[in-house]
Write a protein that binds this ligand. Structure first.
Ligand SMILES: Cc1cc2nc3c(=O)[nH]c(=O)nc-3n(C[C@H](O)[C@H](O)[C@H](O)COP(=O)(O)OP(=O)(O)OC[C@H]3O[C@@H](n4cnc5c(N)ncnc54)[C@H](O)[C@@H]3O)c2cc1C
Length: 248
C-alpha cells in the first residue's frame, strides 16, 4: 500500500523467499501510547537521511533484516504530521540492539535499539515524507486484529483444556465436570469466546470493505476484549486444573 513500484520490485521477492524480514520501530523508551511525541529524528544530508534515537519493544529483531524506523522529519512533538518511515538495514553502522527484553520469566524477541548517526539513502524512505503516521496506523490496525484473533485462540485453548481436565478428573467419586461450580464459569467463557469470534470476523470483513481508519474502533474493541478474555480464560483454566494448573 505504501511502497514505490521500485521498492515493490526490490522487496517482494525477498519477502516471499524469506530472505527479507521487517520489524516495526515506533515505540520508544519515553513514548508509547503517545507515539506522536517520538524523539527519534531523521535529518536530510544531501542524498541521505541521518537517523538518531532509541526504540523499545522492537519485536522480531532476532531475525529481521530491516527495521521500519519512525522518526520526526519536521513539526513539533505531538504533531501527527512530520513523522516519516524509513527502511533501515539492521546491520547499518550505528544501528545497535542494546538488549532483548525479558517478559515475566521468558526471553523474548522484543529489542531495545539505539540509532546513532545511522545513514540511509533516499530510497529508504517508506511512504511519503512527513506522512509516516498513516503507515503506522495501517500496520497497527492489521496487526491488532491479528493479535485479537491470536488471543481468542489462546483463550479457546485454555477453555478446551479445562473442559478436558474436568471431564477426565474424578473427585469424590464422580467426574469433576458434573459440578455446576466448575461448569458455569467455563460456559460463560465459552459463550464470550463465541461472541468475540463473530466480532473479530465482522471486523476483518469491515477491514476488507472499508478504509481501516473507519473501523479503528472495531479493531480496538476486538483487541481489548480478546486480550482480556485470554487472561480470564487462563486464570479459570488454572483454577479448574487444580495444582497442575500451576505447573508447566
Ligand atoms: C509484547 C509487546 C510487543 C510490542 N511490539 C512492538 C513493536 O514491534 N513495535 C513497536 O513500535 N512497539 C511495540 N510494542 C509497544 C506497544 O505498542 C506499547 O507498549 C504501547 O503503545 C503502550 O506504550 P507504553 O508501553 O509506553 O505505555 P504508556 O504509554 O507508558 O502507558 C502506560 C499505561 O497508561 C495508559 N495510558 C497512557 N496514556 C493514557 C491516558 N492519557 N489516559 C489513561 N491511560 C493512559 C496505557 O494504556 C497503559 O496502560 C510492543 C509491546 C509489547 C508489550
Amino acid at each position: 500500500d505504501f511502497g514505490t513500484e521500485q521498492q515493490k520490485a526490490d522487496w517482494m521477492p525477498g519477502f516471499l523467499d524469506g530472505t527479507r524480514r521487517l520489524a516495526f520501530g515506533l515505540t520508544e523508551p519515553n513514548h508509547g501510547s503517545d507515539a506522536t511525541y517520538l524523539e527519534t529524528t531523521a535529518e536530510r544530508d544531501g542524498d541521505e537521511w541521518v537517523l538518531n534515537g532509541m526504540k523499545r519493544w522492537n519485536s522480531g529483531l532476532h531475525h529481521a533484516t530491516h527495521d521500519i524506523i519512525f522518526a520526526r522529519t519536521s513539526g513539533e512533538p505531538g504533531s501527527p504530521m512530520g513523522i516519516s518511515a524509513f527502511l533501515v538495514p539492521t546491520d547499518a553502522p550505528g544501528f545497535k540492539i542494546e538488549f532483548f527484553w525479558w517478559t515475566f520469566n521468558m526471553p523474548t524477541d522484543h529489542a531495545e535499539v539505539s540509532l546513532t548517526d545511522v545513514r540511509v539513502g533516499a530510497d529508504a524512505l517508506f511512504g511519503e515524507v512527513d506522512r509516516g503516521l498513516e503507515l503506522a496506523q495501517h500496520f497497527v490496525h492489521e496487526n491488532r486484529i491479528r493479535q485479537a484473533a491470536s488471543s481468542l485462540g489462546a483463550a479457546q485453548f485454555c477453555i478446551d483444556e479445562a473442559v478436558a481436565y474436568a471431564n477426565g478428573r474424578t473427585t469424590w467419586g464422580k467426574a469433576l465436570s458434573v459440578n455446576q461450580g466448575i461448569q458455569f464459569p467455563l460456559v460463560e467463557l465459552h459463550t464470550e469466546a463465541a461472541m468475540l469470534r463473530q466480532l473479530v470476523r465482522y471486523t476483518a470483513w469491515m477491514l476488507d470493505k472499508k478504509h481501516h481508519m473507519e473501523v479503528t474502533h472495531l479493531v480496538a474493541m476486538c483487541n481489548y476484549r480478546a486480550n482480556r478474555l485470554a487472561c480470564d480464560a487462563a486464570d479459570q483454566a488454572m483454577q479448574t486444573c487444580g495444582g497442575v494448573g500451576y505447573s508447566r
